[in-house]
Structure formats: structure tokens, C-alpha cells
Design a protein around this ligand. Sequence first.
Ligand SMILES: [Fe+2]
Length: 200
Amino acid sequence: VTADTGIDALTHAIEAYVSKKANLFSDAQALAAMRLIGPNLRKVYHDGSDRAAREAVMLGSTLAGLAFSAASVALVHGMSRPIGAAFHVPHGLSNAMLLPEVTAFSIPAARDRYADCARAMGVATQSDNDQSAVEKLLDELVAINDELNVPTPAEFGIDREKFFELMPTMAAQALASGSPGNNPRVPTEAEMVELYRSLW
Ligand SMILES: [Fe+2]
């Protein structure tokens, strides 16, 4: 539960910050959320009794919630919900599965914003240029999933044939949710099918 909800909260902060609907108000909350969640997510996962770390992540989660209430979420959430609906994957977990892949897809359209995310999370510094920072962000998202034991769809027990058969339906449902339209790089339905395919 800590891993699923923690990565969900991190996703809220990142997506609010890169959203086309982002604004100064949501930016301040999203960046503060990433500063709180980034350095504490592993701590709360490994030690549930670390109250200082849990307080930081709880406050980060709350601020991330405020941020996306103003700026909306984007492509990760859009593509995540159909996976949850079709295969009964917990919400934060299906987000976690998608976060590295969708971030890599989206970076070319908002490299500076994703670089800010890396700096806020503490995985890049002011001395990193944007390209270096986004590479560190991608490495970090993969490393978090690894350390927090986020399963692949196959490891979760999703049937490959069913998943591939449903990819076009899931892409259509994702599009209909409106969230992909907030993404800095707005995908076509066919591109979402490709993202589902590469997720597998
Ligand atoms: Fe969420």
C-alpha cells in the first residue's frame, strides 16, 4: 500500500507539473510535493515506523493532490485507469508500471519541466543541464520501481493475450478520459497502443 500510494502521489506531482493546465499556483504545490516525496519514498517503504519520513510523504501527497486539483493529471493516469478496470490492478500500481515509459515518451515535449522534477526530487542538481537532469529522472523512476518491487504486468499475473487484445480498447478509453489531452506530448490513439505494447 505504501509503494502503490506513494508512487501514485509522486505521479500526481509530476503530472500536475508537466500538465498543459499547470499554473504558478499548482507549480508551487507540485514542486513542494516532489521535494517531500522524492527523498522519503524509499524510507517509508522500507520502514513503516519512520514517522518523520511518513509525515513528509503524507504532506507531499496532500500538496500533490492540491496541485492536480488545479492542473489535472495527464497521460500516466489516462492510460492507467483502463489497466485497473480490465485487470484489477490497484490504481497506484498501474501508474507505477507506466510512469517510466510514459515519462520517456513525454520528455521531448517538456524537457525543462521534467528537468525541474528531477531537481525537486533531489536526483539532479542545479549544475545538471536539462538533458542530464531528465536522464537522471528516468533512471530514478526505474530505480524506484525496482526497489519498491513494482511488478511488470506479466509478473502481476495479467494474461498476455488478453492484454494485447484489449490494447485498442484501453487506448480508446484513455483518450475518452481527457487526461492524455493534458500531457505535454499528446499521443494519438495508435501511439497509446504502442506505449501499452512497450509497457508489456
Ligand atoms: Fe492517482
